[in-house]
Design a protein around this ligand. Sequence first.
Ligand SMILES: [Zn+2]
Length: 141
Amino acid sequence: MKVPAKYQRALCEIVSSGSFPMRSLDIPRVLCDISGVRILWVYHITWLANSACHVWGKQAWDTRDLSRNNWWVALLAFGEGWHNNHHAFEFSARHGLEWWQIDMTWYAVRLLQAIGLATDVKLPTEPYKHRMALDNGNIAT
Ligand SMILES: [Zn+2]
């Protein structure tokens, strides 16, 4: 499904203007922005992903580092908790590579792709995934 160009431009304008909450009178979001809760949440979850996912979780890929996939961090961090996947395929728009790996950011990218606002979305190829897999005889150090 393609969204007509005039609607794509209007959506981009609204999102990039930074005044979206005021235009729509989204009072909870405005209060959240004023109180800094949203910023506090995003910073702490980002740091959580970069610390907890180097300690707890499982490795699926031969990244030769301590990165791990952690499901509960993935839920809190909108997919960034699939951190071993992220380290293995840094270019990938999708971190939750399995169907059961919930990745809210990837779902947003897919939506933007469906309406024509995201193009040339990068994903790891199957041969590259096979080469990086730990159960492929590779030994993580
Ligand atoms: Zn990391």
